[in-house]
Design a protein around this ligand. Structure first.
Ligand code: ZN
Length: 412
């Protein structure tokens, strides 16, 4: 995607605000002697920003607007070390809700819908983003937050919720509970808006079929507003993203050079109109590609493909680079294997081993034959032989947050 003249002007405005405020990135840009950009080439020479740097700015080093204009902060959940704090102005909060409402509209959700929100509320951007978007749209928000499955289902039945917002693993858990309790005829759900956790076609199919709903992938990250910066339309040909608020590049994560549209790589995002904490060329470490050409829906917003993984999910095993998405593809293509799996990597007797646990779709499946079939297919894909163990449906942990698919025990 080439950067437009307007977008270049917007980037210059962001650079100017950062430098003026003397914020964390403002100082960096000033030290590098950057005052603005006038072409694609100059833009692509701007330094990247990284999550690790954002932590160095803790607590409020990213603040780029005057403090009296900041109305809220959010924080991304750091698993290690300091969290990242993102300050928002009133305009940022409003822009985010506008983008989110646009997502709901693209998914065909209207003011008449009742939106059941299960992502968490608090410092992170999940629940409140879904809610602000629903209110902006004029729909009825049902702010459940996560957990307490009994209450979730009770409210879903009594309030006649029509839209479910959840992570893919929690949507699956709810689908399984509804099935188990035999209350499907009391559920009024029509659509699901699913957070940008990476999930395969098999899982999508199960949730969609068991709940009888259309599913939409919503994309976003706390550093860049939060969820709601893109969603797929009814044609399901990738996620439209809002290029009036963001400029997105795809780069090769090794050479760090932008790749042509259509080629896979890492998503890098520049905010165009953010005030509280603008970010220039932020490396998301999410892997995807820009889908070239026009969408059959006729919307002119560009499209990102589904997220296929994270650059840091890449596992180096026996000297080979392996992505969980490669394993997932094989599992999705294999009859008798369900969508749920877990990968454990360990180091035994001086050698790396990869064990893969896969749930069978039912007790009628021949576990041993399925295990052998998966072993052969995965070896053909990644170049070495894993240990595959097929287990009963429901054996692997489900989570309300993101499922942990890969457990690396080599460095424990
Ligand atoms: Zn479309």
């Amino acid at each position: 995607m080439k950067i437009s003249e307007l977008q270049l002007q917007q980037v210059n405005h962001q650079i100017h605000a950062l430098v003026e405020a003397g914020s964390f990135y403002g100082k960096k840009l000033e030290e590098a002697g950057i005052t603005g950009v006038s072409s694609q080439e100059e833009f692509e020479a701007l330094p990247f920003s990284e999550k690790a740097d954002l932590r160095d700015a803790y607590p409020l080093g990213l603040m780029t607007a005057p403090e009296e204009d900041i109305v809220r902060i959010h924080s991304s959940s750091g698993t290690t070390g300091l969290p990242v704090i993102i300050p928002y102005t009133r305009k940022d909060v409003d822009d985010w809700a506008t983008m989110f409402a646009r997502c709901y509209e693209v998914a065909g959700i209207t003011k008449k819908d009742r939106i059941h929100i299960t992502p968490g509320y608090g410092l992170w951007t999940a629940g409140i983003g879904f809610q602000a978007g629903a209110e902006k749209l004029g729909a009825m928000a049902i702010p459940m937050g996560p957990g307490n499955t009994d209450k979730q289902l009770q409210m879903m039945v009594d309030m006649k919720s029509t839209v479910l917002c959840a992570t893919s693993s929690y949507a699956l858990l709810l689908a399984e509970e509804i099935e188990k309790r035999g209350i499907k005829d009391k559920i009024h759900l029509k659509k699901g808006v699913i957070g940008s956790e990476r999930w395969g076609e098999a899982m999508r199919k199960r949730i969609s079929e068991e709940l009888g709903i259309e599913l939409y992938d919503i994309y976003g990250l706390t550093e860049i507003y939060g969820p709601g910066i893109g969603i797929n339309c009814e044609h399901n040909t990738g996620m439209h993203y809002w290029d009036d608020f963001l400029y997105i590049e795809i780069i090769d994560p090794v050479t760090l050079k932008p790749v042509p549209d259509g080629e896979p790589g890492e998503i890098v995002i520049t905010t165009l109109v953010k005030e509280g904490a603008p970010l220039i060329r932020y490396r998301t470490h999410d892997l995807s590609r820009i889908i070239p050409g026009e969408c059959p829906c006729g919307r002119s917003y560009p499209r990102l493909d589904v997220i296929t993984g994270r650059t840091d999910d890449m596992m180096k095993i026996k000297g080979v680079n392996v992505f969980p998405a490669q394993i997932e593809e094989v599992i999705a293509d294999t009859e008798g294997a369900s969508s749920e799996y877990q990968i454990r990597i360990s180091h035994l007797d001086g050698r790396d081993t990869m064990r893969i646990y896969v749930e069978a779709t039912s007790g009628m499946v021949d576990f041993q034959a399925l295990g052998q079939e998966l072993t052969h297919k995965i070896k053909a894909k990644i170049g070495f032989t894993p240990i595959v163990k097929v287990v009963e449906l429901g054996m692997l942990p489900r989570s309300e947050k993101k499922s942990k698919r890969v457990i690396d025990e080599r460095y424990d």
